[in-house]
Design a protein around this ligand. Structure first.
Ligand code: URP
Ligand code: ZN
Ligand code: ZN
Ligand code: ZN
Length: 484
């Protein structure tokens, strides 16, 4: 049975034009005027865009003594409600665990997904097993992105020697390293000092992670990636120092991408100060929310193209879980939600304010990341042959964000009370209508894993550069005798 999306305006990363879109068997089969189909979805007054891709989520993730509360079912349902049709979750191996065993756990959890999904692999420890498993993960499991934590000392953090070895291996395999760039050693020192001074509340979390720790780690990761001949994707860029490092690297021709989060773009550090404990703790995440100077820098990065992707880092904990940290801010589980609100919040604060064009909106919520992840144009495109992961966006539809009406399973929302204008009329996941005007019709288990090939082009270019700068043996005469 075919479906036709009629009377809408197609908006892609580079074009805006009137056309109908015909869908069959989960794919876009025709785009043009006056198309006919078995079922008609009316898009009058709406924009027909590629569904959002959120490349940074943590669903049912074991972390800081608990599990993040949204699983693949509630998380993807929340995503679809807000126009997101694909998520990428991080597979986290335990210390000493093979990457392939960890993937089995992620395969089990993800069978409940309502929309398509993929995985990044996290490099949480280093050894021969990881080195060997990487090849299987890239070549047989279709995972070409590997995350490294420079923070969370004593848990997920990897050191520079491990980082360098891993980046070299990934360059060889045509995979892209990612980093959570915060200096974990400095954070540990600052945290201990703050606790010793009696600063135990959630605001101390922000004091323990000044923007310099992020700037330092971003610069370090960029330099190490450069030495390894690897591209680099920096997750949750929250400050000018980190953005500056990314901007500079890109100007030098390095393949470095930065990902700000919708939370950092729209919420600031005042959320931690002069607020009750629960309010502040619910907003504890790493990196923390920052001041307006940093927010302006992130918006400028999206406008100029020096920052490429807007994500959520959706890692939702209930108030009860946040309270594990009463008396010690370092025990507050780090993370905030955002999956349902990313697209409406970015539209409202970006497109409706004139900061972003509609085409830029599509680029930073979908198309750019589809290209970086190497799943374009199957995802991130309105093109014949692409998956019919689409959002029919109604720019006039508005609501006030409220935990009481959200899909996420937690008991609050960090955007509570924010007015958004711009919401999905329809969200389609591979041709199935999952959302119609707020009516949720998701189907548990509908989501499929999206395998992604290694990126041969990037790797070849950088390997060539590596060869040119490889050390050459120098012939010398008159070598002094040893022992002189
Ligand atoms: O605070 C955060 N960001 N929690 C999720 C894990 C991570 O660091 O991405
Ligand atoms: Zn059919
Ligand atoms: Zn992180
Ligand atoms: Zn994260």
């Amino acid at each position: 049975m075919t479906k036709v999306i009629k009377n809408g305006t197609v908006v892609t990363a580079d074009l805006t034009y009137k056309a109908d879109v015909l869908v069959d068997h989960g794919k876009i089969i025709e785009i043009g005027p006056d198309l006919k189909g078995d079922e008609v979805l009316d898009a009058t007054g709406c924009y027909v865009m590629p569904g959002g891709i959120d490349p940074h989520v943590h669903l049912e993730m074991p972390f800081m003594g608990t599990y993040s509360s949204d699983d693949f079912e509630s998380g993807t349902r929340a995503g679809l409600a807000g126009g997101t049709t694909m998520v990428v979750d991080f597979c986290l191996p335990n210390q000493g665990e093979s990457l392939l065993d960890a993937l089995k756990r992620w395969d089990n959890k993800s069978t409940r997904a309502n929309c398509d999904y993929s995985f990044h692999m996290a490099v949480t420890w280093w050894g021969e097993q990881v080195f060997n498993d990487m090849q299987t993960v890239v070549q047989e499991r279709g995972i070409n992105t590997f995350k490294h934590f420079l923070a969370y000392k004593g848990a997920l953090m990897v050191n520079d020697d491990e980082l360098y070895s891993s980046f070299n291996r990934l360059a060889e395999l045509g995979a892209t390293p990612m980093v959570h760039a915060e200096n974990g050693d400095v954070i540990a020192e600052l945290s201990a000092k703050l606790l010793a001074q009696g600063n135990t509340g959630p605001e101390a979390h922000a004091y323990s992670r000044p923007s310099q720790v992020e700037g330092e780690a971003t610069n370090r990761a960029i330099m190490i990636a450069d030495m390894a001949g690897a591209p680099l994707y920096v997750v949750h860029v929250s400050c000018e120092e980190s953005h500056e490092a990314i901007r500079r690297a890109r100007m030098q021709g390095k393949r470095v991408w930065g990902e700000p989060l919708i939370q950092h773009l729209t919420l600031d550090e005042s959320e931690y100060f002069n607020k009750d404990w629960d309010h502040a703790a619910r907003r504890v995440m790493s990196p923390p929310f920052r001041n307006k100077k940093h927010q302006d820098s992130l918006w400028a990065g999206l406008q100029s193209g020096s920052l490429s992707v807007v994500a959520t880092d959706h890692c939702a904990f209930t108030t009860e879980q946040k309270r594990y940290g009463v008396g010690d801010f370092t025990k507050i589980p780090n993370g905030t939600g955002g999956l349902e609100d990313r697209m409406p919040m970015l539209w409202t604060n970006g497109v409706a304010t004139g900061r972003l064009t509609m085409n830029e909106f599509v680029a930073v919520t979908s198309t750019n990341i589809a290209k970086i992840l190497n799943c374009y144009p199957r995802k991130g495109a309105v093109l014949v042959g692409a998956d019919a992961d689409l959002v029919v966006w109604d720019p006039e539809k508005s609501k006030t964000i409220a935990a009481g009406s959200q899909q996420s399973s937690i008991d609050y929302n960090v955007f509570e009370g924010h007015e958004v204008k711009g919401l999905p009329r329809f969200t389609l996941t591979r041709g199935q209508v999952a959302v119609h005007d707020g009516d949720i019709r998701t189907q548990e288990g509908h989501g499929e894993f999206v395998a992604r090939e290694p990126n041969a082009t990037v790797n070849t270019a950088l390997s060539k550069w590596k060869e040119l700068t490889a050390p050459q043996p120098v012939k010398r005469t008159g070598i002094p005798a040893t022992g002189v």
